[in-house]
Design a protein around this ligand. Structure first.
Ligand SMILES: Cc1cc2nc3c(=O)[nH]c(=O)nc-3n(C[C@H](O)[C@H](O)[C@H](O)COP(=O)(O)OP(=O)(O)OC[C@H]3O[C@@H](n4cnc5c(N)ncnc54)[C@H](O)[C@@H]3O)c2cc1C
Length: 398
């Protein structure tokens, strides 16, 4: 077993770091103040290849693989957590699900533009009635009329919906097999009846925001249905497995960012004539945080490693996400504690890092959702890897 990252992945990590420092941080506040979506920067990220690692070259990807996706997601989140959102919208859940489940014409029509950052993606699954159990909570309907579906309903917390050009939206087709849940590739700017309303969240970016969505007679051409009617839940669950790849890596990156800052501050801040890092109780916090951050990173990389081999990864992705949540929370708590009262100031980076840790704790399945999946698997009630996992990059379909 080789724990060293290949040189090319270290180079990718370095290019992410450089991009954030040179191209994002100098302009980030401007976008934040105006609330404008940073299209130009996302396009540059696409051109730099940050979104194409899980796609073949003929679609504009680099085929570097899923471990590369983990490395990019981790580094983005460590340097600029708000940009970490792009990983699912431009690199994984949205485009990879089209690639994984779409017909050739759908893949060619959407994937190259999404991974190049020319079009902005989204993944509207969660509804106001709940996100943990889409099987019971999806109320949005899609009624077929000739060559179109008419969609009515609402979605909640949809990242980038205010800016999105395309996305995968889940709705119930009355009378369709199973639960009727069906996936659609939607284009909000091409058809009326789609309205996004931004949700302000303390500490999180307003430019790169989540939204409530309202659909009123929103039309989707039949040829934009992804998979068969009634196949949507299976598609969504498979997409979330890939989402957990980036979310666990992003949490590992956040844990690392919290550790970096906590260590720097503990070395610099003096109380009672000594750096607070010299006090044992502070050292205990730092020790716990760095060890857990390290382990979270290894678990996140293991998910990418397994996906690169076409191995089932649902079990390890859930474990990685769950552990990374604990690690990031531990590191954020240490960061908060060492900063004393300054941690509460609005312009202190502690607040933002903690907000992103909280946000990622919820995304791609809450802690309880992971606990249920992990425990039922461990107890032998429900094998987490019971469904073959579709992975078209590694030529696995079921
Ligand atoms: C900033 C942000 C961005 C997001 N972006 C997107 C997006 O782009 N697309 C998208 O589809 N969604 C998105 N989400 C939604 C996110 O996936 C959901 O918030 C999440 O799935 C939880 O759903 P919920 O908030 O409705 O909580 P609920 O499902 O209502 O759960 C509430 C609480 O009950 C617990 N719970 C639920 N069921 C059980 C059970 N069986 N046993 C024990 N406890 C249980 C949960 O763990 C949770 O603590 C985003 C959320 C945020 C905050």
């Amino acid at each position: 077993m080789d724990f060293a990252l290949p040189e090319e992945l270290e180079a990718v990590r370095e290019s992410v770091r450089r991009f954030v420092e040179r191209e994002w941080l100098p302009v980030a506040d401007r976008y934040e103040e105006s609330g404008t979506f940073p299209r130009a920067e996302i396009r540059r990220m696409g051109e730099a290849g940050f979104f194409g690692a899980a796609f073949p070259e003929e679609l504009g990807g680099s085929a570097l693989g899923f471990l590369a996706v983990s490395v990019i997601a981790e580094e983005l989140s460590r340097r600029a957590p708000e940009l970490g959102y792009c990983m699912n919208m431009q690199a994984m859940t949205c485009p990879f699900t089209i690639f994984n489940w779409g017909e050739d014409r759908q893949v060619r029509a959407f994937v190259p533009d999404l991974i190049a950052g020319r079009r902005i993606g989204m993944f509207p699954l969660t509804e106001p009635g709940g996100g943990s159990d889409p099987r019971s909570s999806i109320r949005t309907t899609a009624r077929r009329e000739g060559g179109i579906y008419r969609l009515d309903g609402a979605k909640m917390f949809i990242t980038f919906a205010h800016a999105a050009d395309a996305g995968i939206l889940f709705a119930r087709v009355p009378g369709a097999p199973g639960h009727g849940i069906t996936a659609f590739i939607v284009e909000p700017k091409r058809h009326p009846g789609f309205r996004a309303h931004g949700i302000r969240m303390s500490g999180l970016s307003w430019a790169l925001r989540a939204n409530a969505l309202f659909l009123e007679d929103f039309r989707v051409p039949v040829e934009h249905r992804l998979g068969a009617e009634g196949e949507g839940l299976r598609i969504a669950l498979n997409a979330l497995e890939y989402g957990r790849l980036t979310v666990s890596a992003r949490l590992a990156g956040l844990a690392r960012a919290c550790c970096d800052l906590a260590v720097a501050y503990a070395r610099e801040r003096e109380v009672g004539g000594r750096a607070i890092g010299r006090y044992q109780m502070v050292q205990e916090r730092i020790a716990d945080a760095v060890v857990m951050a390290d382990a979270a990173r290894l678990m996140a990389y293991r998910v990418g490693w397994a996906m690169d081999r076409g191995l089932p990864a649902n079990r390890i992705a859930a474990r990685a996400k769950y552990f990374a949540t604990m690690a990031a929370k531990k590191a954020a708590a240490a960061l908060f504690e060492v900063h004393g009262g300054y941690a509460l100031a609005d312009d202190c980076p502690v607040r933002k890092l903690r907000a992103y840790v909280d946000m990622l704790t919820v995304g791609e399945g809450t802690e309880n959702v992971q606990r249920i999946l992990i425990a039922e698997d461990a107890l032998g009630y429900r094998d987490a890897d019971r469904h073959p996992s579709r992975n078209r990059l590694r030529r696995r379909t079921d």
